[in-house]
Design a protein around this ligand. Sequence first.
Ligand SMILES: Nc1nc2c(c(=O)[nH]1)N(C=O)[C@@H](CNc1ccc(C(=O)N[C@@H](CCC(=O)O)C(=O)O)cc1)CN2
Ligand SMILES: Nc1ncnc2c1ncn2[C@@H]1O[C@H](COP(=O)(O)OP(=O)(O)OP(=O)(O)O)[C@@H](O)[C@H]1O
Length: 219
Amino acid sequence: MIETAGLSRAQLRRLLRERRRALAPQRQRQAARRLYRQLAQHPLFRRCRHVALYLPNDGEIDPGLLLDAAQRRGKATYLPVLNAWPATRMVFQRIHPGEALHLNRFRIREPRPNRARQRKVWTLDLLLMPLVGFDCEGGRLGMGGGFYDRSLAYRTRHKYCRKPALLGLAHECQKVDRLALASWDVPLEATVTDKAWYAADRKMMRRGQLHRDPCGACE
Ligand SMILES: Nc1nc2c(c(=O)[nH]1)N(C=O)[C@@H](CNc1ccc(C(=O)N[C@@H](CCC(=O)O)C(=O)O)cc1)CN2
Ligand SMILES: Nc1ncnc2c1ncn2[C@@H]1O[C@H](COP(=O)(O)OP(=O)(O)OP(=O)(O)O)[C@@H](O)[C@H]1O
C-alpha cells in the first residue's frame, strides 16, 4: 500500500494513474469480472432502481458488466455528462443499451446532452464513482477536476442526506494509507475493489443499509 506522507495530491494522482494504466488488458478484464462478483448480488445494487456508472478511461476499473446487468434487470442507468466548456458542471443522463456516444473534451465517451434524460443526482439511488485513489475511511482522490465534488456539494449542506449511496470503484493497487479530507470532499459509503469492500461502517454495509439517517429535505 502506498504511504502518502510527503506526497502532494498531484504527485499521488500521477503515481496512482500510472499504476492503473500499467495493468495489462488481461488483468483489467479479470479485475472487471471480480468487481462484478463483489457487487452484483449486494443489496445496494440489487435494490437500486436508478444507478449512475461511468465508462472506463485511463486504466479505471471497468463497471461494464454491472452496467449490462443493471440494464438487463430493468434498472435506469445513467452516465456523467460534462456541460460544454467553460462550464464546470457535470450532470447524470440516462443511457439505453446501444445508444450512440461521443467523446467529451477529455476524450471520455458520453451521451450527447439531452436535458429530458437528465436526473438530479440526489434522486439517484446509487452512484458508482471512478477513483484514482482511496483510503479505508471513505477518502477519495479523483481526477482533480472537482466534477464529482461539485455535483455532490449539496451533501455538505444536507449532512444527513442518504441519496444516492456513494460507492467508489477502484483497483486494489489504488489503495493508500490515508487521504486528507478537503473541506469540499464528501466521504464515500464504501469503496469496492476487485478484491474487497472497504467501508467505514462494515455491518451496516453488509446489510445494505447506510449509516446516515434520512434527510427530509432531500427525499
Ligand atoms: N470514466 C470517467 N468518466 C468521467 C470522469 C472520470 O473520472 N472517469 N470524470 C470525473 O471527474 C469526469 C471527467 N473528469 C476529468 C477530469 C480531469 C481530467 C484530466 O485532467 N485529463 C487530462 C488532462 C487535461 C486535458 O486533456 O485537458 C489528463 O489525462 O491528464 C479528465 C477527466 C466525467 N466523466
Ligand atoms: N463544491 C465545490 N465548489 C467549487 N469548487 C469545488 C467544489 N468542490 C471541489 N472544488 C474544486 O475542485 C478542485 C478539485 O478538487 P480535488 O483535488 O478534491 O479533486 P478530485 O476530488 O480529485 O476530483 P473529482 O471530484 O473530479 O473526482 C479543487 O480545486 C476545488 O477547488
